[in-house]
Design a protein around this ligand. Structure first.
Ligand SMILES: [Zn+2]
Length: 91
């Protein structure tokens, strides 16, 4: 991912008329944006980029946790242990 600044807009890789991948609204040429170059270039409002990034991280962690692979199994056990200890203390 990279930041797209006002001066970048209008370059061949950052057209003036682009829409946000997440909210589908236009990204004004003077607004900060984020670009993700992949099979297709993806443009996002800066705030939409933050929102998407957080959701991607959460979904990736959930997927890895669900796989049962290390270190996620150990982290899940520690989180469960902590919750159990906390509930015993409060009881
Ligand atoms: Zn957006």
């Amino acid at each position: 991912m990279s930041a797209v600044h006002r001066a970048d807009r209008g370059q061949w890789w950052a057209p003036l008329t682009i829409s946000c991948f997440l909210c589908h609204n236009p990204i004004p040429p003077d607004a900060p944006a984020v670009m993700w170059a992949g099979h297709d270039d993806v443009f996002l409002h800066a705030t939409c980029g933050q929102e998407l990034g957080v959701h991607l991280i959460q979904d990736a962690r959930e997927a890895m946790l669900g796989s049962g692979e290390q270190p996620w199994r150990r982290r899940a056990a520690l989180a469960l242990r902590g919750a159990l200890v906390l509930s015993e203390v409060r009881a």
